[in-house]
Design a protein around this ligand. Structure first.
Ligand SMILES: [Zn+2]
Length: 523
């Protein structure tokens, strides 16, 4: 009796559990978020686009829930991705621009929260604006930046055919990477996986086999110049940028070819999504996987005069797909949910779906409200661009108000009735709500000030960094002299950080740490 009995009982229990699986041990959960960069909902087949650009995403939508009106809070990567990760509006997380310095969002991220709950977190980005640079990688046990280097090492780059390389990884690289993650993950632990592809983002360089579905792969533009001797071709973004500035003529044929390049890039990204789903199926992990597919912003094709994203707040730059496929029967299959939602709703929704404690103070709202018919009452979103002359806006169900600068310091106001005019072709006449306008004018003014201060801060940091480097060099010299004299060097002083890189790459915070100004620098 006593301990022997207990031990035997425990051992028997272990053996029984080992053979029967005990039944009570739930299989580890997997959450995969796949971000297609710069995907406007208007190019997604199951959302009404005529071309079959998204067969795998369409199939996923049949297995899950499609949100018909998901809006990114900004038309650019930096702030929108930070909103997805933190569930906060850009005005709150403050990761507004990648200019100049390393940022860290105010608030916690999905990965930090899940990591604290014991999840293993894997992530990676093919877009520098959605990675280490913007400080959103906290909580990830493993994170890859799949754009570094010059085509050597682990991350292959796309050859352009003229001896140069397009600096982006092909979508199928992510399938292989997911395979590695599934090999590495602890089979007993829940796993969170964030994969941020670049495609269909420019440069549009889809394989010919896909491009030929939508256009003549050998298309040659009617113009060429010194800068672009071969005219407009796949993989080349500069003619599009120059066309935005009115520097080169873009014919309708060029524009149609551009749309085809984008659509083929999307088809390429979608193929990778299919590969990821197949992989999860093959590994027997699909049934316990939650998969979320979305984008960080849209892409314009001259609907309002411009190509690309960043500069305007019209639908084509903000409206993104959002599909959630649940593990098991947790969510309805094939549901199509109207109502204004956003990728920043993913964070609180996941917490709810995974039965984890909700993080207080989030701006994102659980998507369950929209799914179960109640809609998201009185939902409105503040919108902003990131140019030096930012444009701001507010949208609610059926309406949008945009405020920007007119010539000089004047204010330009546009209002749209989205029910009557979803393409935002004719601004409403009449007096806008002055209170709504003045609150946006105030936001615009504060953003202008923020951006101006960022430039000043970057310059200040550059000077400060130079100063700290000199100070560190002096401290290190003194430490060395003390060593020569046989005197002990103060602990926590610069010497031990010498290896950590006081060289040209060190940023201000590393230098402050090395000089002992950074608080507890013991690692
Ligand atoms: Zn982006």
């Amino acid at each position: 009796m006593g301990t022997d009995y207990l031990l035997r009982a425990l051992l028997a229990g272990i053996v029984l559990c080992g053979t029967s699986g005990c039944g009570s041990e739930p299989s580890p959960r997997t959450v995969v978020i796949v971000v297609f960069d710069a995907l406007h909902a208007g190019h997604v087949h199951h959302l009404g686009y005529e071309r079959e650009t998204t067969p795998h995403l369409d199939r996923l939508a049949e297995e899950g829930v499609t949100f018909l009106r998901a809006l990114a809070p900004t038309p650019y990567t930096v702030a929108s991705t930070a909103s997805l990760m933190t569930g906060l509006v850009p005005q709150r997380h403050r990761v507004l621009r990648s200019f100049g310095s390393h940022l860290k969002p105010l608030g916690v991220t999905i990965a930090e929260t899940l990591h604290d709950q014991g999840w293993q977190c894997f992530g990676g980005t093919a877009n520098a604006n959605a990675g280490k640079l913007t400080g959103i990688t906290g909580g990830f046990d493993q994170w890859v930046e799949a754009y570094e280097g010059k085509g050597s090492g682990d991350v292959p780059f796309l050859p352009r055919g003229d001896g140069t390389f397009v600096h982006m990884v092909a979508p199928d690289w992510w399938v292989g990477h997911l395979g590695e993650i599934l090999e590495q993950r602890d089979p007993k632990r829940d796993a969170f996986i964030y994969l941020h592809m670049l495609q269909p983002h420019s440069p549009y360089a889809p394989p010919q086999r896909l491009l030929s579905q939508f256009a003549d792969p050998d298309y040659i533009s009617s113009w060429s110049d010194e800068e672009e001797p071969t005219g407009f071709r796949a993989g080349s973004t500069s003619p599009l940028v120059r066309a935005n500035k009115g520097q080169i003529p873009m014919t309708e044929a060029d524009r149609e070819y551009t749309r085809a390049l984008y659509d083929a890039s999307l088809l390429w990204a979608d193929e990778a999504l299919g590969g990821m789903v197949s992989l999860l199926r093959e590994r027997g992990q699909w049934d316990s996987t939650w998969m979320v597919v979305t984008s960080d912003h849209g892409e314009a094709f001259w609907q309002h005069g411009l190509w690309g994203h960043n500069d305007q707040l019209y639908d084509e730059m903000l409206h993104v797909p959002l599909v959630v496929r649940a593990a098991g029967d947790a969510l309805p299959k094939g549901a199509r949910v109207p109502g204004l939602v956003s990728p920043m709703d993913i964070f609180p929704s996941l917490m709810q779906w995974l039965n984890l404690p909700l993080v207080p103070g989030l701006d994102g709202q659980p998507l369950d409200q929209a799914i179960h018919g109640a809609g998201v009452p009185n939902r409105s979103m503040v919108l902003q661009t990131n140019g030096n002359r930012p444009e701001v806006g507010r949208t609610a169900e059926g309406s949008k108000l945009i405020v920007g600068r007119a010539e000089g310091d004047g204010v330009r106001v546009e209002r749209y009735d989205l029910a009557q005019d979803p393409m935002e072709t004719a601004p409403l006449a009449g007096e806008p709500d002055q209170q709504a306008v003045s609150s946006l004018v105030a936001l615009m003014g504060s953003l202008e000030g923020y951006i101006a201060s960022e430039f000043q801060r970057a310059e200040h940091l550059r000077t400060l960094r130079e100063h700290l480097k000199l100070q560190l060099a002096a401290e290190l010299a003194l430490d060395q002299a003390m060593g020569v004299l046989g005197l002990s060097i103060p602990t926590g002083h610069a010497q031990r950080e010498l290896r950590a890189g006081a060289g040209d790459q060190a940023d201000v915070s590393a230098l402050l740490d090395a000089l002992g100004y950074g608080g507890d620098t013991e690692k």
